[in-house]
Ligand binder design. Sequence first.
Ligand SMILES: [Zn+2]
Length: 88
Amino acid sequence: MQTIDLKKLGLQNSGNYCDPFTGECYSDLVQETQMTTKIDPVCKMEVETETAKYTSEYEGEKYYFCSAGCQREFDENPAQFLQASAHD
Ligand SMILES: [Zn+2]
């Protein structure tokens, strides 16, 4: 009777991933990283919030920028860009 080994092999490929070093296991759902993006209000580009280097806060909102240039433009006159995005 050797039916157990086949079952074991099947389970290893059922969508779970176990890190051989830490012993931690992840399901497919957990492995999917959520990439959150925000719109740069100056140039309307999508900016990944996790890697964003240029951010500003205005009236309690956080804004993300693709470059220092966009951030500076926003800081000089935030209201201008917020109105423009609402108008669009
Ligand atoms: Zn930009």
